[in-house]
Design a protein around this ligand. Structure first.
Ligand code: GDP
Ligand code: IMO
Ligand code: MG
Length: 425
């Protein structure tokens, strides 16, 4: 039986994970999200139609596949209902036979969103630049052992005590500290009741479900959200998200051991970042603007313009190591067409020393060391084989492979399904 696989973004998110998952889904039976929430925005362009998925695994666009939201995910029921409705309206099946939600996943409550927004507002210039979807506050409550899971949402009596405990704290924060409106217990009970009605049919023990499918010989694909540098432990803290985004999170986020899996790291051919935080290879010039324009670098969730810069090998090396990446999918190579000279950051220097500084706070002061490669002028969006790529594009790909010591087995040259090149055929 072919191995299970995990798709992980190796940068600051938006590497094109949705497109790569969509491309791989044909070869798998089950697609599973294991962390993050609707801070994710995964774009799939299928048959000329663009669909952005925030919570439902991207495999849902393929008939006959099972899609599961794991226990490590945080779920906003309002947004999930909207997404399920949108998918059904577009003719996709979202029935209990092919879509399931872990009853251990935590629920993003309206007060989580209010707190995320209020906290960001109050931080002013010091804000994180979150998606304001309530992700941080929801994961905080999970760690503080006062979260409401799908299981409690389905049994309001079980939620009652936790709800009271939460509102006692949240209303003080919202009203007294942030000068915002609080929430009533009745409002929250109604919210849970309204969503219990439709969510009940989808709720499962995801570990049992996925284990059972694996025993039947089904192939499982795990879909990461965000990216390595947004990982709460290994990323550019505090400008990170509130979950572990690395491949190891498959285990905690689904209950399935992450051993012996194919680990596909998705790398954008340059770097982007939304929100604040260190970005050593950032380009605040015309080339940066060109990348944003050519690559249509505007957030799939919030619409914010993405910051852009050159490829960052030091961070990618670390990403490859920590995630145990077995192969790379390189995306958006087409966006570099027409750029005369392409730079790759091969190392950092801090205080005269090479490498990633041991003290993470010194990341702000690193000087990138660049290597310059000649670009290519040809439009490559119609290339369907490696041989059709201009020599300089092939050189760029080979150089990345050399520097990272991992094979690039997929090259994406446009947003559509067919704009993809497999290198191992
Ligand atoms: P994700 O969050 O990693 O799934 O990525 P997003 O969907 O947020 O952002 C990637 C964007 O790039 C989307 O608009 C995709 O349609 C688009 N995209 C994906 N692959 C390619 C590619 O190879 N070339 C171009 N030009 N666009 C791509
Ligand atoms: P996908 O899955 C890019 C960023 C936010 C912010 C930080 C914290 O589409 O790649 P949060 O709302 O999670 O508390 O915000 O993380 N962020 C993302 N950036 N792509 C994402 O997801 C992101 N999800 C969160 O911009 O900087
Ligand atoms: Mg995205």
């Amino acid at each position: 039986m072919e191995k299970a696989a995990v798709v992980i973004g190796l940068q600051w998110g938006d590497e094109g994970k949705g497109k790569i998952v969509d491309n791989l889904t044909e070869d798998f039976d089950v697609v599973v999200r294991f962390q993050g929430g609707n801070n994710a925005g995964h774009t799939v362009v299928a048959n000329g139609k663009k669909i952005i998925l925030h919570q439902v695994p991207s495999g849902i666009l393929h008939k006959g596949k099972k899609c599961i939201i794991g226990n490590g995910v945080v779920i906003d029921p309002d947004v999930l209902l909207e997404e399920v409705t949108m998918l059904k309206e577009n003719g996709f099946d979202v029935e209990p036979a092919n879509f399931m939600v872990s009853n251990r996943a935590h629920v993003i409550m309206p007060y989580h969103k209010a707190l995320d927004r209020a906290r960001e507002e109050s931080l002013g210039e010091k804000k994180i630049g979150t998606t304001c979807r309530g992700i941080g506050p929801c994961y905080s409550d999970k760690s503080a052992r006062m979260g409401i899971r799908v299981a409690e949402l389905l049994t309001p009596a079980d939620a009652e005590g936790i709800l009271q405990q939460n509102l006692r704290e949240k209303n003080v924060l919202l009203r007294e500290l942030y000068n915002k409106e609080g929430f009533s217990e009745q409002e929250m009970r109604d919210f849970l009741k309204r969503h219990a009605e439709w969510m009940r049919q989808y709720a499962v023990d995801c570990t049992e479900e996925i284990s059972g499918l694996i025993k039947e010989g089904k192939k499982v694909l795990f879909e990461g959200a965000q990216g390595f540098m947004l990982d709460i432990d290994h990323g550019t803290y505090p400008f990170v998200t509130s979950s572990n985004t690395i491949s190891g999170a498959v285990n905690t986020g689904t209950g399935i051991p992450a051993s012996n899996m194919r680990i596909i790291g998705v790398v954008k051919a340059y770097t982007t970042r939304v929100g604040k935080g260190v970005f050593p290879t950032e380009l605040n010039d015309e080339t940066g603007a060109l990348l944003r324009e050519h690559g249509r670098e505007f957030g799939a969730t919030t619409g914010r313009p993405r910051r852009t810069g050159w490829l960052d090998i030091p961070l990618l090396r670390r990403a490859v190591h920590i995630n145990n990446v077995s192969e790379i999918a390189l995306t958006k190579v087409d966006v570099l067409s027409g750029i005369r000279e392409i730079k790759i950051c091969t190392d950092y220097v801090f205080n005269g020393e090479k490498g990633i500084p041991a003290n993470p706070n010194n990341m702000n002061g690193v000087e990138p060391v660049y290597e310059t490669l000649e670009g290519w002028s040809e439009d490559i969006s119609n290339a369907r084989s490696y041989g059709e790529l201009p020599e300089n594009a092939r050189r760029y790909i080979k150089r990345i492979e050399e520097l990272l010591k991992v094979r690039i087995l997929t090259v994406s040259v446009g947003p559509s399904r067919e704009q993809i090149i497999r290198l191992d055929e």
